[in-house]
Write a protein that binds this ligand. Structure first.
Ligand code: GMT
Length: 379
């Protein structure tokens, strides 16, 4: 097949999944064209059958906000026309699904162009709910020929808030390359991250309010209060709540042992040397960062919000707590940091879950099946 893929190219789970999907599809013999305003951050190095088309934008003084959705529609149409694309796959509905709708209309006189949209999270649970986006989000996802959500939770939210029939949505979970995200990943930076042999607690996110980064620090401080816990907290990523997290660390007197690394391209190198991963989010449609930690053999302590329980099974391959229960997270985290047998058990289960349920090889064929269905419906 010839497939166009659009995603947000900067940091973020949806862009990461879209890029990994494109690379995996190319590996399996498909031709893949990424179409976006910048090269997706995980798209580096040459790979056969992979192309990148940058969306060109005219910067005209009249435009306070350049109309990216329109420029993207034109770029999708151009790529579909020039490269004979069979379908375009949009990751994150806003504004991509609307641009794809326009591109499909533009192509209609020539030949059919099919549109698949993957819902990732806040396109449905937050941004899409805003009155300025709700109508166009509903319209454009209903107009998509194929529709996927990354968890059953997200499918149910879409049904409830956008009146989209459940039968229209395939649940296809996020996936991971378990050869890249692995426990024995080299190089290991443990000695640099924790020079005095401390345990490493880690958090990776975009530090938006939904991530509750203050709770990450509170849970860590709670662990540190418990006997036998000598640990450092490594905060990876950046975003609006970074300062807030730093001031919580100050207030709780743990700032000496909280390190803000900033954005990092290859978190697989960091996660494989962590002892514990914290994800206390208000909500997550899936929680790709948790899956990356699990594949790296790092036990996850998280909130039982949104789609996280579809990834982490409490007591088996991680521990889950109510949103805001930092005392519970501290207790569970401390147990994992001090009880070696428990750590080994949860770590092995986490890796096993990632390999058996969320590996590239088991999930990518689900997209291929959907594409085939969508294209068949055409004839
Ligand atoms: O939805 C967002 O705000 C951003 C999006 C992203 O691009 O990272 O995150 C969502 O998509 C990820 C990939 O499918 C999921 O793993 C995240 O859980 C989800 N974030 C939220 O639901 C808050």
């Amino acid at each position: 097949m010839k497939i166009g893929i659009t995603c947000y190219p900067t940091y973020g789970g949806s862009g990461a999944v879209a890029t990994e999907l494109g690379l995996a599809l190319a590996d399996r013999g498909h031709e893949v064209h990424f179409i976006s305003y910048a090269q997706p951050f995980r798209l580096n190095g040459f790979q056969e059958r992979v192309y990148f088309h940058e969306v060109e934008m005219e910067d005209y003084p009249l435009f306070e906000h350049p109309p990216y959705a329109l420029a993207l529609a034109v770029a999708l149409h151009d790529a579909a026309h020039k490269h004979q694309l069979d379908l375009v796959h949009m990751h994150y509905a806003i504004p991509h699904a609307a641009s794809a709708y326009l591109a499909r209309q533009m192509m209609a006189l020539e030949r059919p162009l099919r549109v698949v949209t993957t819902l990732h999270g806040t396109d449905i649970t937050l941004v899409g709910l805003h009155p300025s986006f709700h109508g166009i989000t509903r319209f454009s996802i209903l107009e998509s020929d194929g529709l996927t959500a990354v968890s059953s939770y997200l499918r149910d939210e879409t049904v409830r808030d956008f009146s989209v029939p459940a039968t229209r949505i395939d649940v296809i979970p996020n996936f991971i390359d378990t050869e890249i995200w692995r426990p024995d990943r080299e190089p290991c930076h443990r000695a640099k991250l924790a020079p005095n042999g401390e345990k490493i607690v880690m958090h990776v996110s975009n530090f938006r309010s939904v991530k509750r980064v203050g709770d990450v620090v509170r849970a860590f401080a709670g662990m540190r209060d418990r006997e036998g816990v000598v640990a450092r907290l490594i905060m990876v990523g950046d975003g609006p709540d970074r300062m807030r997290a730093a001031s919580v660390a100050h207030e709780l007197g743990v700032n000496e042992d909280v390190v803000f690394l900033g954005k990092h391209q290859s978190t697989e190198e960091l996660l494989s040397c962590a002892d514990l991963f914290l994800l206390p989010s208000e909500t997550e449609s899936f929680g790709l960062a948790a899956l990356e930690a699990m594949a790296s053999g790092t036990p996850v302590v998280a909130s039982n919000a949104g789609g996280i329980p579809e990834v982490v099974t409490d007591g088996e391959d991680g521990y889950l707590y109510a949103v805001g229960d930092t005392a519970g997270m501290a207790e569970g985290g401390a147990r994992l940091l001090t009880d070696e047998n428990e750590h080994r058990r949860v770590s092995a289960n986490a890796r096993q879950t990632a390999v058996s349920r969320f590996s590239k090889d088991s999930v990518v064929p689900m997209y291929e099946d959907l594409y085939a269905r969508v294209l068949r419906a055409d004839s």
